[in-house]
Unconditional design. Structure first.
Length: 325
């Protein structure tokens, strides 16, 4: 929406909220800034009528209760007003736990794109007499944030319904590939951010982990170019995509090492050399390969061979980088 039109709509709402009587179109034209002035010409009259009809439709579409009627029997034409009782929000009341949850949610959104919306919500709650303390109430700190570099452009493209182009590197690929997507939304699932949308080249829905997007995604084309499915559940789509085949990985770990790995591994006893044998289950083998490589010489992959090769490849790449440094 153009800035001038938005300003005119705000002026119209303020004018119609400020009176209990029905206001005629002629008076609206004379008092609300932004409308075509009455210069006595037919062209100006037609321009005002078209503009005013669009504005009325816009207000009703966004839920403003615009009423049409006459204040008295002596009125010769219909006028307009906004039903204040239906327009205003009811009194906002939150329990202590609910207010604390709101404070927790405000701490969650740390990106520039969402910080403004979060602070706006906070201001509105305080204006309604609800004090939200962001620093106390729930003794936990949310671990999710929108720190992914690709978050803001993906979020904005999904919000505006614009086609998004970006480079995406799959964990089993040597280089990134170009993707063109109609973004349906961005959602957090199991501690990670995902983009869900319709892949135009593959003509099918796809899920993209934002941490695997390289560079800055670019939006193109007009806003409102597509509509997501009516019954879309972003989290369910991601859950279905991520619930892949489970892989069993057998590793050896030196005693007293790889504590993080042991938390979700099943012990298989000791190997002949004294190392601990562990069995790890995963649906994300390439993510596990990154984790295993991080343990360096403390962990050795026994099986499967593909996982062993993946870890060796990562360690070889790290060694080459260290040599260049």
């Amino acid at each position: 929406m153009a800035a001038k039109r938005a300003e005119r709509l705000v002026n119209l709402v303020i004018a119609l909220l400020g009176t209990r009587q029905y206001v005629s179109a002629a008076k609206i034209r004379a008092t609300v800034p932004g409308y075509e002035p009455d210069d006595g010409t037919e062209r100006a009259d037609e321009a005002f009528k078209r503009m005013f009809e669009r504005d009325k439709a816009e207000l009703r579409e966004i839920g403003v209760p615009l009423e049409t009627g006459r204040t008295s029997v002596f009125d010769t034409e219909d006028g307009y007003r906004i039903a204040r009782a239906e327009y205003e929000l009811p009194e906002i009341t939150l329990t202590g736990e609910e207010a604390a949850a709101v404070g927790l949610a405000l701490r969650l959104w740390q990106s520039a794109q969402l910080a403004g919306a979060a602070q706006s919500a906070l201001v509105k709650l305080r204006a309604a007499g609800v004090e939200v303390d962001q620093s106390r109430g729930i003794p936990i700190q949310p671990r999710l944030d929108a720190g992914e570099p690709a978050f803001e452009p993906c979020y904005a493209a999904a919000r505006d319904r614009r086609v998004l182009t970006f480079d995406y590197r799959r964990p089993d690929a040597d280089k990134a590939s170009r993707r063109r997507v109609q973004p349906w939304g961005v959602v957090a699932w199991h501690g990670r951010w995902y983009l869900v949308g319709h892949d135009l080249e593959r003509a099918a829905p796809r899920v993209f982990r934002l941490s695997r997007v390289t560079g800055t995604p670019k939006a193109s084309g007009p806003a409102g170019a597509f509509e997501p499915p009516a019954d879309l559940d972003l989290a369910a789509v991601v859950a279905g995509q991520e619930a892949r085949e489970e892989h069993l990985v057998i590793v050896r770990a030196r005693p007293g090492t790889a504590i993080g790995l042991r938390r979700h591994a099943e012990p298989l006893g000791s190997a002949e050399d004294g190392d601990d044998r562990l069995q790890v289950r995963t649906t994300e083998p390439w993510s596990l390969a990154d984790q295993l490589a991080a343990y360096g010489p403390d962990v050795l992959v026994e099986a499967p061979q593909r996982m062993r090769e993946a870890v060796v490849e990562r360690l070889t790449r790290l060694a080459a980088l260290d040599g260049r440094a």
